[in-house]
Design a protein around this ligand. Structure first.
Ligand SMILES: [Fe+2]
Length: 346
């Protein structure tokens, strides 16, 4: 078995491959690691056949939907998953055939209703059902401490004690443990009484994960994260450095138009001398009137350089083929000590 583990923050994802057939499954992939997954699969001579999420993640952005489109491979999740892009709904007792490997599905609700663990040979991918020295939390949507108790004590922990545990989260960089070691050392598993276990899980008082709203929105719908929108926009536009724009502005040849896409009050507090105001929210409404020449050279700017990237992508899409975005925003422009003019639109 070929096995690779990936870490993004505390999120763990896994590539499991059959050396004989070169087929592989990718488990709990995270959006920022897409290029790395593809690079390592290629290095190991593997073709990714399945994209698996062990459950609906509330704390990271799943890459299964995007990779499924790129690789033309199915997204496999438990049948309780609400995500409309799941093309291979799995149920307890079924297996995924990855070449000669068999990934056995155990439905283990509790952290979420759609949580499952996957056992293959000497190891089990436990998602957020069982973590090293902890369990998944049960206070997020779909969580149920009683169900987690049954999933742990009546299913997962009955696997062979020697089976290695590979969770979807590990924040402290610890090496994998085994079912036997978790049973012996995991403080939450020492609470064997069902009512006491539920009581403990209900009183953990954990902080909400960061980006929980965005993670649930995108993971449950297959929609894009804000970072994805920005990356996609940035991939299709050129940028101009702050110093380059300043030099060209100083030369005052009038060869390019600086288009400030912030709101009026921000613009009036201070803008690049000569910049014209066209808030991004009004771009499509005013573009024909304000920018009649589609061959005009335009450099857009905003406060941080993100909204201007989106505005430039929109301009290019509309046919302004010489639109570029300032690399950085007004904040960086001011920090560089470059000239700023206050007041209304010239
Ligand atoms: Fe989770």
């Amino acid at each position: 078995m070929i096995f690779e583990q990936f870490t993004a923050g505390g999120c763990q994802s896994y590539l499991v491959g059959c050396a004989e057939s070169c087929a592989a499954a990718l488990i709990d992939p995270e959006i920022s690691l897409i290029d790395r997954y593809l690079a390592l699969a290629a290095r190991d001579g593997l073709r990714i056949r399945y994209l698996v999420d062990t459950h609906t993640h509330a704390d990271h952005f799943s890459a299964t939907h995007q990779l499924a489109k790129q690789l033309n491979a199915p997204v496999a999740m438990h049948r309780m998953s609400p995500a409309p892009f799941v093309t291979l709904a799995l149920d307890d007792g079924e297996m995924l055939a990855v070449g000669k490997l068999r990934l056995q599905v155990l439905h283990t609700p509790g952290h979420t209703r759609d949580s499952m663990c996957l056992q293959v040979e000497d190891r089990v991918f436990t998602g957020d059902t069982l973590l090293i020295g902890a369990t998944g939390r049960t206070d997020l949507p779909g969580g149920d401490p009683g169900a987690l108790y049954e999933s742990l004590f009546e299913r997962l922990l009955r696997l062979e004690p020697s089976i290695q545990v590979h969770p979807a989260h590990e924040y402290k960089g610890r090496s994998p443990t085994s079912i036997g070691e978790e049973l012996a050392n995991n403080p939450r598993l020492k609470v064997r009484d069902r009512a006491a276990f539920i009581e403990m899980m209900c009183n953990l008082n954990l902080q909400m994960p960061t980006h929980v709203t965005e993670a649930l929105r995108t993971n449950m719908s297959g929609g894009k994260t804000v970072a994805q929108m920005l990356t996609e926009a940035a991939a299709g536009v050129p940028f101009m450095a702050l110093a380059e724009l300043k030099a060209r502005n100083d030369a005052a040849k009038g060869e390019l138009l600086v288009l400030d896409v912030r709101e009026r009050d921000a613009y009036e507090q201070g803008h690049i001398p000569g910049a014209r105001l066209l808030p991004r929210g009004q771009l499509e409404l005013r573009v024909n009137q304000d920018l009649p020449d589609p061959t005009l050279r335009i450099v857009t700017c905003c406060e941080l350089g993100r909204v201007s990237t989106l505005a430039t992508a929109t301009l290019r899409e509309m046919g302004y083929q010489r639109a570029a975005a300032l690399d950085g925003g007004m904040q960086a422009w001011r920090e560089a000590g470059y000239p700023v003019k206050a007041g209304a639109d010239p």
